[in-house]
Design a protein around this ligand. Structure first.
Ligand SMILES: [Zn+2]
Length: 304
């Protein structure tokens, strides 16, 4: 189309820009996945993942999502180059992470990490945070631990995360087996003089005892209810309402832990999208809580 400076054309352009802008209020999804490789083999067609993920991200961009935090750790399919391509193509800011996932009985912990000290692991994560991975700087630390009481390897991963957080200021999102494991991690952070505010208790919805949610929130940790889906929404609503009733909405995060391209399955298997939180869950929440849950809390927990 030829360039024109007429006021009519400007108006048309403005209308087009408006139509392309997100319709919903701005939001951040703190815990989702584009790709997960539980095979651990690292063999997949990045072009195919790109083609399948792009429309899902575009859909949620239209609903207002501005930032998407990809929680797939290294050795489980973390692919910063692919995430950067998707960010460019969709206009959504996409964050990746550094760290090691010890959950799933530590089967994704590489041999070098078993032998390394907490300080050595932390040094590697700090280096990634500072110099980037494939040109992308990780913006948070993602670890995973099993149910409490934590064994030595899990405790080492938490200590490494604490050291790396102290060095970089990055938040620690930890896939956590249960409430006991969450409290144990907070104790390790305290030993390392890292504030509880730096800790995000990932998968807090799998702990059924609200008293532990309250305890972690009162201690200053972020309590993340992140498996939101049509079948689980009632429980997630109850969790959020419990936190709000206890004056802890300001320590609450929500997300879907959705996606993703399943490496090793034909066509990536069942790639769930990211829209439900906006279209199904938020309308059921008190409207006064939306800004905190969608925007303010994610920024306070993870940074701007
Ligand atoms: Zn996840």
């Amino acid at each position: 189309m030829p360039c024109s400076n007429s006021s009519a054309e400007m108006t048309r352009r403005e209308l087009l820009a408006l139509a392309a802008a997100p319709l919903g209020e701005p939001g951040i999804l703190v815990h989702e996945h584009v790709l997960v490789d539980f095979t651990g083999a690292g063999r997949y067609d990045a072009g195919e993942v790109f083609r399948l993920a792009k429309p899902r991200l575009e859909e949620v961009a239209r609903l207002g999502c501005r930032r998407f935090q990809d929680c797939t750790p290294a050795f489980l399919g973390r692919d910063p180059r692919l995430l950067a391509r998707l960010a460019d193509a969709t206009g959504i800011e996409i964050w990746t992470n550094t760290g090691i996932y010890g959950a799933a009985n530590q089967r994704y912990v590489p041999a070098f990490a078993r032998a390394a000290s907490a300080a050595e692991l932390a040094a590697g994560w700090v280096k990634e945070a500072r110099t980037g991975v494939a040109g992308v700087r990780p913006r948070f630390i993602k670890i995973g631990v099993n149910r409490g009481p934590l064994d030595e390897l899990d405790r080492k991963l938490v200590r490494a995360a604490a050291l790396a957080s102290r060095e970089t200021g990055l938040a620690i999102a930890s896939h956590t087996g249960n409430g006991a494991a969450a409290l144990e991690q907070l104790a390790i952070l305290a030993e390392e003089r890292v504030a509880a505010e730096k800790f995000v208790w990932v998968h807090a919805q799998s702990e059924r005892d609200h008293a532990i949610h309250a305890q972690a929130g009162r201690a200053g940790a972020w309590v993340e209810f992140d498996g939101i889906a049509p079948k689980t929404a009632d429980w997630h609503l109850e969790c959020v309402r419990f936190m709000a009733a206890g004056g802890l909405l300001g320590r609450t995060l929500i997300s879907q832990d959705s996606g993703w391209y399943h490496v090793g399955e034909p066509g990536g298997g069942d790639f769930r999208g990211y829209a439900y939180l906006y279209t199904g869950f938020l309308p059921r929440l008190d409207a006064a809580w939306r800004r905190a849950l969608l925007w303010d809390n994610p920024r306070r927990a993870f940074g701007a």
